[in-house]
Design a protein around this ligand. Sequence first.
Ligand code: ATP
Length: 307
Amino acid sequence: MSEYVLQTNQLTKRFKGSVALDKVNISIRKGSIYGFIGQNGAGKSTLMRIVTGLAFPSEGTIELFGTGTERELTEARKRMGLIIEGPSLFPHMNARENLEVNRLLRGIPGQDSIRRMLELVGLQDTGRKKVKNFSLGMKQRLGLAVAMLSDPEFLILDEPTNGLDPMSVIEMRELLKRLNHERGLTILISSHVLSELHLLASHYGIIHHGKLLEQLTARELNDKCQQYVHIKADHPDRAAMVIQNELGTTDFEVMPDGVIKLYGYREQPGKVSTALFSAGLTIEQFMPMGADLESYFMNRIGGAGHV
Ligand SMILES: Nc1ncnc2c1ncn2[C@@H]1O[C@H](COP(=O)(O)OP(=O)(O)OP(=O)(O)O)[C@@H](O)[C@H]1O
């Protein structure tokens, strides 16, 4: 069985006069959350459209779940859920009706799945409220419920946090993390804002003008941006134990001088300091460190401004 849900090989898409994808090789491991980052027009939607079968490559191939013939791809696509170019919802229906119509249209058995999906995305109490009166965040969550109806193994989301307020971005992130963690769902999610994918993605692909510039893991990105919390406590070994046991992470380093570099918690320093303080440790130095992610991204794509 392939360890990759998606691999592309020299994937190229040309439109009249422009190259939207230029020999792109991306690999998405089973169980990962792959953040696909690029400015508007970089080629993200084009790649997603090809993967979902909405468009065809000019050259190159794709493999889904380790298979690649047209017939196999058609079968493999049944194991995917997607939101591309916004969730497709019926505005004059309520949340339950939207799910029911989708379930019937797609021939998905079991009415019980509707209730489960509404609970999954926290929309079980929206009653008769029509979708046209939903906030953008609620619409996106309903879109996610629709995509999850068929219990997919691979979810493709094209800019699902675009236009969402910061609270809804956090809600969406927590929801996706939970789906990934509890169901082992593999997720490909695009954005033009790297910081929106941060704290969510386990892997990243940076695309610019149709070319995949870099694929890297979250750890590699954090290392490159030096995104960590610098901690100096009176007992570094005990502090390390507390971090491991209380925060449940091993993503840190204890430096020779006893300083701990804790990765991935830069935006939740309160959680860290509370855990250390509660364990009776004296914190001598405590600083969230690092370059800002957007600067790294802009640097990587050659300093070009937003287009
Ligand atoms: N049907 C089409 N015909 C002609 N050009 C197209 C077509 N679809 C996309 N393109 C071009 O291909 C390039 C990549 O577009 P794409 O939509 O994949 O980018 P994107 O990274 O998803 O950006 P966005 O966030 O704006 O959707 C752009 O230059 C776009 O103008």
